[in-house]
Design a protein around this ligand. Sequence first.
Ligand code: PGA
Length: 243
Amino acid sequence: MELHVVDDARALAVAAAARVAAVVATRPDALLLAATGDTPIGTYNELARLADDGTLDASRLRVAQLDEYLGLGGDDPRSLYGWMERALLAPLAIEPARIIRFDVTHDDPTSAARSYDAQVRAAGGVDLALLGLGPNGHLGFNEPPSGADAPTRKVRLNPETLRSNADYWRDAVPERALTAGMSVILAARRILVLVSGEGKASILDRMLRSEPDPGLPASFLHHHADTVVLADRDARPDRTPHA
Ligand code: PGA
């Protein structure tokens, strides 16, 4: 695992978007496993800018959802799909045929999870996973404890995740979700983890020091062959030199 520290959230977005664009330049139909959340929004804005100015050709890029709430209608604007549509899919003009989405209308979440995995497999697997780091060390909604082999599945969100999601929801925060499993994330050819802000400094420090541990799912990234962690100075104050 490589750690790169940049000055601020803006530099993080520029550096992350450049890395995504480099993958797409070598593999135009790359499958991007894309996180939602506060952290990646700047990166998605920057990707849209690169597409607008012709630096990024996203016309063949494919995108897979990382996680999704259960209990909402398929077109609920509060869904993570709705968020991703506004932040990434519409700005980059990714049409439905190039999107792998959780079917939350399915009666049986286990079948929805199997169908998601089958689509990722049929697409040739994930080329780049763009992830955030949860306040409790989760990746996607792989809440602690989650082992490296945790499958794509229905999960119940931890109180800490519910608290961090509450700002987004204001009213009742959904407590159940589907998440790409740790097994899907760790099978990605490349992983890029974005960590921004002082609120993430202590979990980032724990993750960097931790042995692989289901109590801190992001610690399994130590075993992944091509993981880059991009952090800003607030999330990694004065512990490491600039990379
Ligand atoms: P954030 O979420 O980017 O909104 O901080 C990260 C996460 O919880 O996975």
